[in-house]
Design a protein around this ligand. Structure first.
Ligand code: NAD
Length: 360
């Protein structure tokens, strides 16, 4: 049951003046959605992506939507980045590039520190010396670790105590970015940055131009949809005895297009000297069971589930208090109906059964 999803059009009047934007990780899931939105708003975009986890086909899908320049390079390649920042007169950087699998980060921590932290340090060194005046970093709720029930919903002042190398690798970048902001302020050179702590990102471009294609897939909604599409036998529910309303884990699912709008809102609002942090989520917790039920409704397939053991380090509930970003930027999630979020992801999967490898 693939069907049209109608949402209010994005309000382009809120966009800042056209900029030259460097998007690291722009061939990946969230980065490609951000590039699409930036191009449509008339910004000039340079993508830097190794393609280690991204897709050339995503870049191709973005062509024709505006002025796009793609460079296959590591964002930690200082020489390449310095050259690009100057050549493209970049004023804004959106830094999405990272490895993002929590489990893999536990198995291979150095890979995460080297790529997520190490490469980001080189990027920041190049940015610190450049004319870039706005920097937005993709941080994560994983930097909060396991905030107990006293910290729910999670505000930005919740202590950051990550429990895995992925979360730690991102927290270090947050701290280094603040150091760059201070350095630039001391040198009286305009700069502002934002650290956006995303919760669980889901869905796809409602028009189906780009979508989510991870291998392996670790996100719950696409995993459930893969089961609906017959690409998995069943979905394992890790823990059904948590202290949550239905016993399964609860997370905060924010639609990728809303997340992109939060970046645009931050780009617009930042003022010289700012070093801001905002949670980006709906503020609403959704359980694993509710996701499964939604996937069954949207797809019409009675997806099978297997009850599994709890996974170590999986907190029962993680959802944010989004009031700071609402009050500061006027941003709040527009895709609040779970079935609507799932529908966008399902539409993408129906038209791209092999992800970007599909001939469409
Ligand atoms: N997806 C989520 O639910 C979620 C939640 C919280 C935070 N985040 C953060 O959002 C960002 C984007 O996540 P995503 O889901 O789009 O991931 P993704 O894997 O789809 O995209 C990441 C992209 O970065 C590229 N990349 C990785 N290391 C690179 C490097 N050193 N130089 C250049 N390119 C590099 C990959 O090839 C890939 O195209 C990440 O920083 C992640 O930590 C994601």
């Amino acid at each position: 049951m693939c069907s049209a999803v109608r949402y209010p059009a994005f309000d382009v009047s809120s966009l800042p003046e056209p900029s030259s934007v460097l998007v690291t990780g722009g061939a990946g899931y969230i980065g490609s959605h951000a590039v699409l939105s930036l191009l449509e708003a008339g910004h000039r975009v340079t993508i830097v992506d190794t393609l280690a986890r991204g897709h050339l086909a995503a870049v191709e899908a973005l062509r024709g939507h505006g002025e796009l320049h793609f460079v296959q390079a590591d964002c930690g390649n200082q020489d390449a980045i310095r050259h690009l920042l100057q050549e493209q007169s970049v004023d804004t950087v959106l830094h999405f590039a990272a490895y993002c699998y929590v489990g893999e980060s536990v198995q291979e921590p150095l890979r995460y520190y080297a790529n997520n932290t190490g490469a980001s340090m080189h990027l920041l060194m190049a940015v610190a010396d450049s004319a870039v005046s706005r920097f937005i970093f993709s941080s994560t709720c994983s930097t909060y670790g396991e905030p107990g029930p006293d910290h729910l919903p999670i505000t930005e002042s919740c202590p950051q105590q990550p429990i895995n190398p992925y979360g730690r690798s991102k927290l270090l970048v947050e701290q280094a970015l603040s150091a760059v902001a201070r350095q630039r302020q001391q040198a009286d050179r305009p700069f502002a940055c934002a650290r956006l702590r995303y919760f669980n990102v889901a869905g796809a471009d409602p028009a189906g131009r780009v979508g989510e294609d991870h291998d392996p897939e670790t996100h719950l909604i696409p995993i459930c949809l893969q089961a609906a599409a017959g690409r998995r036998d069943a979905v394992t529910v890790f823990g059904t005895d948590y202290d949550t309303p239905d016993g399964t884990c609860v997370r905060d699912y924010v639609h990728v297009s809303d997340l992109v709008d939060a970046h645009v809102a931050a780009m617009t609002a930042l003022e010289d000297g700012d070093d801001r942090v905002w949670n980006v989520g709906t503020g609403h917790g959704t359980s694993v069971r509710e996701i499964l039920d939604s996937v069954r409704r949207v797809t019409g397939v009675d997806v099978s589930e297997i009850q599994g053991e709890r996974r170590p380090g999986d907190p029962p509930s993680l959802f944010c208090d989004p009031s700071r970003i609402r009050d500061d930027l006027g941003w709040s999630a527009r895709h609040v109906e779970l079935d609507g979020i799932v529908q966008t992801a399902w539409n993408w999967m129906c038209t791209h059964p092999e992800g970007y490898g599909s001939a469409v």
